[in-house]
Design a protein around this ligand. Structure first.
Ligand code: NAD
Length: 248
């Protein structure tokens, strides 16, 4: 999602600072943007650390002079029902997925204020709204927390013209989920009302709208980009996965 969004932001004229803990993941995106004529650079950082969050914002200002848009899309999974949760997994998932958006925003918001406003886009998950297909207590906590923090930040910074919104992706096919076998991938596609497979570009397009002035009056919103999954009740999804089911 970060790759697709960086490319789309760049195609709309943004200079993009790409942050990843994995240099190869980010530098390939920088190369693609630069060879298409855009402006991008990369910073290797661990968003779970406050010191790195500070460096990320400092690098954006140093390289590009100002900060208009912050997209918090880094996320890692955290599996296990409550009896299975380890302290180590809990801490890492909460730090990477939830703490990071707070501490990057902590340094980004004052820079946006200097510049007359900005747009922060947080990437949560449908798993932060309702229980997932898999058991994932740390992930659910982090993603649910992102939705609550988005709303609070939107309220706290509205008068500074900083808009804060949250995207809840459904069950897409991306590098995070490409390890699923074909039957699982097919089920993830079929269960949602539209029945088509989501791609990283679907999130990028929603993020570009939320980053742009076209969404100037939208803040504090939770936007599912999920082929209709969150509109459905559990009972209404049965027909999507059982082709021959008849309600008699
Ligand atoms: N793929 C899905 O189906 C899906 C569904 C719902 C929500 N999401 C959420 O969407 C977001 C993006 O998902 P994706 O599929 O693009 O994930 P992805 O795994 O493809 O990309 C995440 C990137 O974050 C980087 N990263 C991991 N830990 C880091 C750290 N500590 N510091 C800096 N970088 C780090 C990884 O190296 C990776 O390049 C995540 O927050 C994820 O939880 C994904």
């Amino acid at each position: 999602m970060g790759v697709a969004t960086a490319k789309l932001f760049s195609s709309h004229g943004a200079s993009v600072l790409i942050v990843d803990i994995d240099e190869s993941a980010g530098s390939a995106t920088v190369d693609a943007i630069v060879s298409a004529g855009g402006e991008a650079s990369m910073l290797v950082a661990d968003v779970a650390l406050e010191s790195d969050c500070k460096s990320i914002v400092e690098a954006a200002i140093e390289r590009y002079g100002k900060l208009d848009i912050l997209m918090n899309s880094v996320g890692i999974g955290g599996h296990g029902a409550t009896p299975d949760v380890t302290e180590e997994t809990w801490n890492r998932v909460l730090d990477v997925d939830l703490k990071s958006m707070v501490f990057i925003s902590k340094y980004a918001i004052p820079e946006m204020v200097k510049n007359g406003g900005g747009s922060i886009i947080n990437v949560s998950s449908v798993d932060g709204i309702r229980a997932a297909m898999t058991k994932n207590i740390p992930y659910a906590a982090a993603k649910g927390g992102m939705i609550a923090v988005t709303r609070a930040m939107a309220v706290h910074h509205g008068r500074e013209n900083i808009r804060v919104n949250c995207i809840a992706p459904g069950m897409l096919y991306t590098s995070m989920t490409e390890h699923w076998v074909d039957t699982t991938r097919d089920l993830r596609r079929k269960i949602a009302p539209l029945g088509t497979e989501g791609r990283a570009e679907d999130i990028a397009m929603a993020a570009t709208f939320l980053a742009s002035d076209e969404s100037r009056w939208i803040t504090g919103v939770l936007l599912p980009v999920d082929a209709g999954l969150m509109a459905a009740g559990p009972q209404s999804l049965i027909n999507n996965i059982l082709d021959d089911f008849e309600y008699v």
